[in-house]
Design a protein around this ligand. Sequence first.
Ligand code: FAD
Length: 549
Amino acid sequence: MADLDVAFPVLSRADIAALTARGKPREVHAGDTLFTEGERNRSFFVVIDGAVEILEHSRGEPHQITVHHPGQFTGDIDVFNGRPALVTGRAVEDGRLVELTPANLRRAVDELPDLGDIIIKAFLLRRELIQASGFEGVRIIGSRFSPESHRLRDFAQRNAIPYRFMDVETDPEAEVLLREMGVPPSETPIVVGQMGRSHRNPSNEQFASCAGLTVELEPGHVYDLVIVGAGPAGLAASVYAASEGLDVLTVDSLAAGGQAGTSSRIENYLGFPSGVSGQELMGNALVQAQRFGAQISIASAVESLGIDGGDRRVNLVDGSRLTSRCVLIASGVEYRKLAVPRFGDFEGAGIYYAATPMEAKLCQGEEVVVVGAGNSAGQAIVFLAKSAAKVHHLVRGNDLGRSMSRYLVDRISKLTNVQPYLRTRVTSLEGDGHLATVCAESADEGELRFNTSSLFLFIGADANTDWLRDCVELDNKGFVVTGNSLPRSITDNDRWSAAGRAPFLLETSLPGVFAAGDVRSGSIKRVSSAVGEGAMAVSFVHAHIGKMV
Ligand SMILES: Cc1cc2nc3c(=O)[nH]c(=O)nc-3n(C[C@H](O)[C@H](O)[C@H](O)COP(=O)(O)OP(=O)(O)OC[C@H]3O[C@@H](n4cnc5c(N)ncnc54)[C@H](O)[C@@H]3O)c2cc1C
């Protein structure tokens, strides 16, 4: 089926009748506005008679994206997640529509799987088509060399916020826009949102709030489950928990998708014979969780965990306090840094921990350095080699095959613009405001200097467990200990006697608090195991809550 038929299908009479039964009729007149850009939680409309045009104004002038005729429907994935609409919908003829609230649409998609499939596929494709059509989204104006500009672009990219970056160093339009707004280049980066509202160097929390990524928390509400971390483990748990009727909230300090969302191509995830980009896999998982009604709040970092009688308390950095019967720790790991002088000067200004299309664009046609010997380094090399002039690959050990999958080693060995350096370590970094040179020491070749503005690091990771402090048992590397690995001294204590049972497989030293994915001691650090553990954890949540009632 052609893309446009999938994105803008005409529903059958039976499907229209099924939606009519779940919505309410609405008469419209030519010129009536149904929803406007920036509006959150908008309804979904099916056209019965008449026509509805969809417009966008991101480039200043109105652009008509499409006109929905009888049997067609409005909306894209933002109908499920409540984010601000990117487009405006307006009746162009007098007519009749059926209106469904987001909750009614969610119910319809659950109850009518075939129709649900048509709607979800259309929503996903519409988002791709609008971005490919020149839609500009928010504008981030700043210098490509500024760490703060990089932070904002990274945040937008990882959270699928459509954006256009305007580089003050090279883009004459950026200069004109800044002059019009009366902002000197020294006060960039600046984010200009829909309807022209601008924010100077917003924090991730402010950006998330404007982009509608934050969930309104209800004071005093007791959740069944709060999930900390929306990587593969947290998202899988969100899908299962929401689809099985649990009252669940998932919070993430940065973006849904976790590390997997930064992977250029995941080749070993079951069901994708030709591989899948991490952003696509995780983007679909997010939509899936939200379509089941999971609430996912982004840029909501957790500061600590506590106990409140029989409930658990999750304290956010912004001062919010969440109460929940169970908690799932799915906070994963954080990439390791190099212990070399001036490292901090170049974070976000030439040092990267992911190789996504955004970073590839930044170093297009240039030489880059990749450090690391695992699969994530291998994937990055394969991806970057397509756009970089040369990839210098630095490895501390003397055998790549020990830590990298064979398929990646073979693929890299065939790339003519990749130069490996075994038994080599980075010694120092140089540059003025932005990375310019990576200095290294090679056991075979002595001192090396690479003139490059991009250093990619994939040198392992440490558990994200600072926020757990003395609350749950950690192993000597800081990973969360669960189930049978918990020492007898803990499982024999009063808390477990009161619980009247032994800890479940993924349960921590605190009853009702579970851990899944990379953060868990002894887990296999893979997308599929994180997904599996996230799903399993939900069955233990049911068992724990069942015992509590
Ligand atoms: C570049 C790269 C490529 C990879 N490629 C593959 C591959 O091809 N195949 C494969 O199987 N595996 C791959 N992996 C590994 C895989 O991505 C991880 O094993 C998987 O993402 C772990 O999932 P997780 O949910 O346990 O944790 P993570 O993915 O680490 O997610 C944890 C989440 O928790 C959030 N968080 C952390 N602390 C807090 C806090 N205090 N408050 C709120 N939120 C918090 C983080 O922001 C993050 O989103 C790759 C990893 C990388 C980095």
